[in-house]
Design a protein around this ligand. Structure first.
Ligand code: S3P
Length: 187
């Protein structure tokens, strides 16, 4: 069982998986990997697992099989990930929007919405162009629309943590503090 150590030196057991949700570019994979190390839990990146299962990139799944096929794979892979022992899971931006996956995450895990503002997200997604939903003439407009549609759903997560221009370790601290408080060991 994983335990986290906060700055006060207290530890808390983590019996449930912790699932990071939120828009593309919110930092879910980077934060997730570091959070897993902090909590002493395994880490699973749902997008990477989908690519492994499909034997090709997400961009190729979208291009050759279509978004619906990607969503089916995403549902299947997250179900499998959550069946195993507790871990930290980073999900693709659309995962929590799917009602079935959202229900499963609620039942099996604690969810954290990594929230970032539009400018931060734009800056981060510009670093690579492997996101099929943003391969168009107006990524800003697409992201604005996705924020309007999705933010109220991400807000259903158990916790909201801002990941704007904050250092990754600060974001990880903020999540660990919430988990420790939940476990009743916060100062
Ligand atoms: C998607 C986000 C991507 C990836 C796919 C679809 C979305 O993951 O799953 O391109 O619907 O928002 P990231 O959020 O890790 O970029």
């Amino acid at each position: 069982m994983g335990r986290s150590t906060n700055r006060g030196g207290k530890t808390a057991p983590h019996v449930k998986s912790v699932v990071l949700v939120g828009l593309m570019g919110a930092g879910k994979s980077t934060v997730g990997r570091r959070l897993a190390r902090r909590l002493g839990l395994p880490f699973a990146d749902a997008d990477a697992e989908i690519e492994k299962a499909a034997g090709c990139s997400i961009a190729d799944i979208f291009e050759f099989h279509g978004e619906e096929s990607f969503r089916e794979g995403e549902r299947r892979v997250i179900k499998r990930i959550l069946q195993g022992p507790p871990k930290v899971v980073s999900t693709g931006g659309g995962a929590f929007i799917d009602p079935e996956t959202r229900k499963r995450i609620r039942a099996k895990a604690l969810s954290i919405w990594l929230r970032a503002d539009l400018e931060t997200i734009l800056k981060r997604v510009k670093r690579n162009d492997n996101r099929p939903l943003l391969k168009n003439d107006d990524p800003r407009g697409t992201l604005e629309k996705l924020m309007i549609e999705r933010n109220p759903i991400y807000a259903e997560a158990d916790y909201v943590v801002d990941s704007a221009d904050t250092a990754i370790d600060k974001v990880v601290d903020a999540i660990a503090e919430r988990l420790d408080a939940r476990a009743g060991t916060a100062p």
